[in-house]
Design a protein around this ligand. Structure first.
Ligand SMILES: *Cc1c(COP(=O)(O)O)cnc(C)c1O
Length: 382
């Protein structure tokens, strides 16, 4: 089976994890700050806070921005459920902004229209850099200024990509950027995530919420008059969302390969564009002078009338691990129970109806890619 995504683990990666296993620290040692520094170096962000998943980072980011009961978060329906669930964890409400069918990202015009008509404004908006390509973050940041909401960019797909010649994660247009290091993503730590910010205050709050709400930082402590030397203060209700040193060592080693990973993925994406040119499919937008995708996913939309389920089944049966990203979050049973209905966000639903993700990962060979395209051609013709 050619999977839709998979990790690339080098001998150096294995050695880096082994070194941790032979060291004094399995967790909270020197590898986590090393990995965090590598994330800052790659993006230009001032601070990075590693966590045990992007889902945890999203939750901590919402808490750090003060989201709570009575709060409201808007995100794209074309995403993994975690981009929306983070608000529900905080006791806040969720709503969605439909996608631009061309970019498949949150449509900034739809966002502007929804804001202008809203009785209740969002506290946080979470644009998702779907497949590795940022939303129109400059226009979105203008709306954030005008309406006073915070921006968390869910860049789980997008490490190594750029927008307006600045690395995704630099936070020029977001308060916090989230990366995921799940094995199908561009860089892996097995499970893992990170929140990047340029605000020292947000960084301190992210660390607090990822580590039980407990601090020894004299600036944050409640008990300041000569506290006992062993003591710490719990000043908020936090969680254990920490990344281990084993994971961080893997991540730091992987970060050295990030440019090579992105180059390999971008090259394969361009090759898909060429190989698929005569098929009745809509390819993703190519890179342009505003956007360089991280190329986590390569999603094609089958022309109307082609049976997506049949294509999916035929390709799976011939050993091609195609997948589908994403069932619109508002159509999930949990969200339907909250009052959302089919038809609420038609662009996301129409996109989803014909979407299929083709295999894309750094070590996918051209021969394997040819096999994928031949199987797709056969499945469409058959
Ligand atoms: C993978 C993913 C997440 C969740 O990441 P985990 O590290 O698995 O928790 C969140 N948002 C998006 C868009 C993702 O693709």
């Amino acid at each position: 089976m050619i999977p839709y995504g998979r990790q690339s683990i080098s001998d150096e990666d294995i050695k880096a994890v082994e070194d941790v296993l032979r060291s004094d620290w399995l967790t909270q040692g020197p590898a986590v700050p090393r990995f965090e520094q590598a994330l800052c170096d790659a993006t230009g962000a001032q601070f990075a806070v590693a966590a045990n998943s992007a889902t945890s980072s999203l939750h901590a980011a919402c808490l750090a921005l003060g989201l709570g009961e009575g709060g409201l978060l808007w995100t794209s329906p074309n995403t993994f459920v975690a981009s929306a669930n983070c608000a529900l964890y905080c006791g806040a409400d969720v709503d969605f902004v439909d996608i631009d069918p061309v970019s498949r990202n949150m449509c900034v015009q739809a966002l502007a229209d929804k804001l202008a008509a809203a009785d209740r404004l969002p506290d946080i908006v979470v644009p998702v850099a779907f497949s590795g390509r940022s939303a129109e973050m400059d226009a979105l940041a203008k709306l954030a200024n005008q309406y006073g909401f915070a921006v968390i960019e869910d860049a789980s797909h997008a490490i190594g990509g750029s927008f307006m010649d600045a690395a995704i994660g630099c936070n020029d247009y977001a308060d916090i950027t989230i990366f995921s290091f799940h094995p199908v993503k561009i860089v892996t730590t097995a499970e893992g995530g990170a929140a990047l910010t340029n605000s020292a205050e947000l960084e301190a709050r992210l660390r607090l919420y990822c580590s039980h709400g407990v601090t020894r930082d004299p600036d944050l402590r409640a008990r300041t008059d000569d506290p006992d030397p062993w003591s710490y203060d719990q000043i908020a209700l936090g969680y254990n969302y920490r990344m281990t040193d084993m994971q961080a060592a893997l991540g730091a080693s992987q970060m050295a390969q990030l440019p090579a990973f992105n180059r390999a993925r971008a090259k394969l994406a361009r090759r898909y564009d060429e190989l698929l040119a005569d098929l009745p499919v809509k390819c993703p937008l190519p890179d342009d002078n505003r956007h360089k995708s991280g190329w986590h996913l390569y999603v094609v939309e089958l022309a109307q009338g082609i049976d997506r389920r049949k294509v999916f089944e035929v390709m799976r049966a011939s050993g091609i691990g195609v997948n589908v990203h994403y069932q619109p979050v508002h159509t999930q049973p949990h969200y339907q129970a909250l009052g959302f209905a089919e038809g609420d966000f038609p662009h996301a639903e129409n996109y989803y109806a014909q979407a299929i993700s083709l295999p894309l990962y750094a070590t996918l060979t051209e021969a394997e890619q040819d096999q994928v395209v031949a199987a797709l051609r056969g499945a469409i013709d058959g």
